[in-house]
Design a protein around this ligand. Structure first.
Ligand SMILES: NC(=O)c1ccc[n+]([C@@H]2O[C@H](COP(=O)([O-])OP(=O)(O)OC[C@H]3O[C@@H](n4cnc5c(N)ncnc54)[C@H](O)[C@@H]3O)[C@@H](O)[C@H]2O)c1
Length: 458
């Protein structure tokens, strides 16, 4: 067999194994992004093994439990019955046909990409990598990561996956397959489940792209092939930068509208009736979550290598970072109107999750707002149905802080209640009824007609 046909033959074999459900799928990183596909592939009758270094997660899964709010324990139990297993033993990578990497890609203390999780994962896979295995990176990252960081580590033990594109490389010989396919999950979005969200896929070479497409086609409605891993990496960043810049735009226009006495939410709703060329974005207390506040800076960092300044990203970052400060100023002004000082005020922040109905604190603006309020001398408590208590985090130490109950007496005991996260479980009418003063950062009280004099939008 010539080297030209080697990869075609092994792709055909891999595709057959995938179609017959003989292919074993390994998912590395069983967090918010990795656990849902592990369940989806199991549901689609694949034998799935999840890999994680967090032994608590492995043990919870072994006991049929869940550690992610929107995933029921019953779903884990059912998957376990269908063969889903979880392990911290990288030796089992050998058994896999397809390996999907979903490990974190945060920013470090200097707000630069921290790729140590991706690097460690690749190092852990490398000694066990087998011929014809497919490896796909799903973690969000800058264009070039799969080619420049993951590929050299995986090739350390002699197997090769040549970087190539174009018609001449359609059947290029490759020992293993390597691709990038961004995760596009929108936590809490019930309209689009994983299976409905098209999957962008780019391979290190065309056979790698086809191998990755072969597995995704089995579980999602549409696979969108692109010419390279770089294009797939950049596509994810474009999506998130688009959101980041547009959120910054409405956050800035909100501040102007407040000054001009215009209701920005009414304006957005009116503009959104335009049937073409407009997409609504909504202002808030600042950016949160793992993606939107973090991902754009992966590109700004990489752009410096090309002597290029990503000015939209920097400006959007500046506007969005200032939002928690804007909220604190608004609280201060609202207290002042009541002849009260911020220093010594008792404040209650509603919602510490970064967005409604999720159990995710990462980069939540509420945490920054609480820190700033405390720095100003206020006594700050919080309530969040998803977080009975807080703990020490990378940037904040809220260990020992517990969610206070939301009864009328407790609400009335605070000088001001700040709506930071608009969880649907909150009874906003009762909250406003009982509170002395409400600062609403999400306009979630918009439909309430009573006690408008107590509400300050910001
Ligand atoms: N959360 C989201 O909504 C979302 C959406 C789209 C993309 N992403 C991207 O997906 C990636 C993962 O994010 P997440 O939210 O699932 O993170 P997460 O922190 O919830 O989960 C990551 C998991 O990886 C595990 N892990 C870390 N190092 C490991 C290693 N060496 N080997 C095995 N497991 C390891 C951790 O223990 C953890 O369980 C990130 O790149 C993120 O940007 C996240």
């Amino acid at each position: 067999m010539s080297s030209q046909t080697l990869s075609s033959a092994s792709i055909a074999e891999l595709t057959k194994r995938i179609q017959n459900r003989q292919a074993k799928v390994g998912i590395i990183g069983l967090g918010y992004v990795g656990l849902p596909p592990a369940l989806l592939y199991t549901e689609q009758k694949f034998t799935v093994t999840g890999f994680d270094i967090d032994e608590r997660k492995i043990s919870t899964l072994h006991q049929g439990g869940s550690y992610i709010y929107r995933i029921e324990a019953s779903e884990i139990k059912q998957a376990r019955e269908q063969g889903f297993d979880a392990t911290s033993d990288y030796g089992r990578i050998k058994e896999m046909d397809a390996i999907i990497i979903c490990v974190p890609t945060p920013l470090d203390e200097r707000r630069e990409p921290d790729l140590t999780y991706v690097e460690t994962t690749a190092e852990s896979i490398a000694p066990h990598l087998q011929k014809s295995q497919l490896v796909v990176l799903e973690s969000t990252t800058y264009p070039g990561t799969t080619e420049e960081l993951v590929l050299p580590i995986l090739e350390k033990n002699g197997l090769r996956c040549p970087i190539a594109r174009g018609p001449d490389a359609e059947n290029i010989a490759t020992d293993f397959y390597l691709a990038f396919s961004p995760e596009r999950e929108d936590p809490g979005n019930k309209q689009f489940g994983l299976a409905q969200i098209p999957k962008v896929v780019g391979g290190i070479n065309p056979p790698s792209g086809r191998a990755a497409a072969a597995i995704y086609t089995q579980v999602v409605s549409r696979v969108v092939p692109v010419s390279s891993t770089r294009a797939a990496e950049m596509a994810k960043l474009l999506e998130n930068i688009f959101r980041c810049v547009n959120i910054a735009l409405v956050n800035e226009l909100k501040q102007l509208s407040l000054r001009m006495g215009i209701d920005i939410w009414e304006v957005i709703d009116a503009a959104a009736t335009k049937p073409f060329g407009f997409m609504p974005f909504y202002p808030g207390p600042g950016l949160g979550g793992h993606c939107i506040p973090v991902d754009p800076f992966y590109l700004s960092w990489k752009a410096r290598e090309y002597d290029f300044a990503t000015r939209f990203i920097e400006l959007a970052g500046e506007v969005n970072t200032a939002m928690p400060y804007h909220v604190v100023d608004a609280i201060s002004e609202a207290l002042n109107k009541k002849r009260k000082a911020m220093n010594g005020a008792r404040l209650l922040v509603l919602g510490v999750a970064y967005k409604k109905d999720v159990d995710d604190l990462r980069e939540s603006p509420s945490l920054k707002i609480m820190e700033l309020l405390t720095d100003h001398g206020a006594h700050v408590d919080y309530n969040d149905p998803h977080f009975p208590q807080l703990h020490k985090m990378r940037h904040y130490d809220y260990s020992g802080k517990k969610s206070v109950p939301l009864d009328a007496k407790t609400l009335a005991s605070y000088d001001c209640v700040v709506i930071a996260t608009d969880h649907t479980s909150y009874d906003y009418a009762s909250i406003v009824e009982s509170a002395q003063l409400v600062v609403d950062t999400r306009n979630t009280t918009r439909r309430l007609l009573r006690h408008r004099d107590k509400i300050v939008l910001c």
